[in-house]
Design a protein around this ligand. Sequence first.
Ligand code: F6P
Ligand code: MN
Length: 311
Amino acid sequence: MNPNFLEQKPMLLRKHLASSSASEDLQKVLLCLARVSHAIARSIQTADTGGAGSTNQFGEQQLAFDILSDNIIQNHLQQCGVVAQCASEEQDDFVTLTDTAPYTVVYDPLDGSSLFDVNFTIGSIFGVYQGKEVLGKSPRDQVAAAYAVYGPRTLFIFSMGSGVCECSFTEEGEPIVLRKYSPLHGEAKNYSPGNLRAITDNAAYRAVIQDWLERTLTLRYSGCMVADIHHLLVKGQGVFANVGGNTYPNGKLRILYECGPFAYLVEQLGGSASTGEKSILDVTITSIDQRTPIIAGSKSEVERVCGKLKG
Ligand code: F6P
Ligand code: MN
């Protein structure tokens, strides 16, 4: 038995959900997210890796597949009938789906899309909130969070507030829960330094990197947040950072679609996800394009990094 996983008998996701305390509607949301992840994984196999000739709300060039994956997710959420509205990194605002339905889903349809043409691992990230209002809430209000990893294998990882489970898929595309992740170790052996260009003008971040090098931690950085945080969750330890410098004062990552869902998952495993000042789960979300610095992973290492960043 690998110590990074808890004992878990393989079980179809729909059975696993049916035996949980989740409401029927929340079960439908989770099943929908797992199934849409499988649909995206399939369409990746034949997708156009080129640009769409358009930009998103952040002014970033969109790939044809950024738009296609966004449409696939929105259509699935519409069809599942229990999602009132959604917000996506590729859309300018919340989109109403089933007005009277109980949940809102926020998502990054294609995280790490700059790695799409080179066939590196990419992913999708999802956060689930009760009701229609998300602005004014904080990521701690999520009732579930999940991500899909499109690597050599496609995996769907989720939490509804009682541990973190990993699903793979049957040949027919049915999600199956294979294992449950163990709590993270407090100490980190691996580090993932995002937005590294910031060390040219952020001396405190430079000191953090120097510390990791001197303590001979092992670099594990792919440039896709999903892949890099997935690495630390599976290995049971590690630290991921994306902090600001002159170009991106709050780092590159968005609280709604990226940092919020991962903060929920990391803290589920006893790790920390901090802005440098406080838990990301306690940041009030005031706009859909809000960015935040993030230092996430093994608790003691996150504390050490936050201390260094404060100077
Ligand atoms: O979505 C943005 C993203 O691609 C993340 O997946 C990743 O962690 C980050 O950008 C990488 O940023 P940088 O290349 O600046 O380290
Ligand atoms: Mn992203």
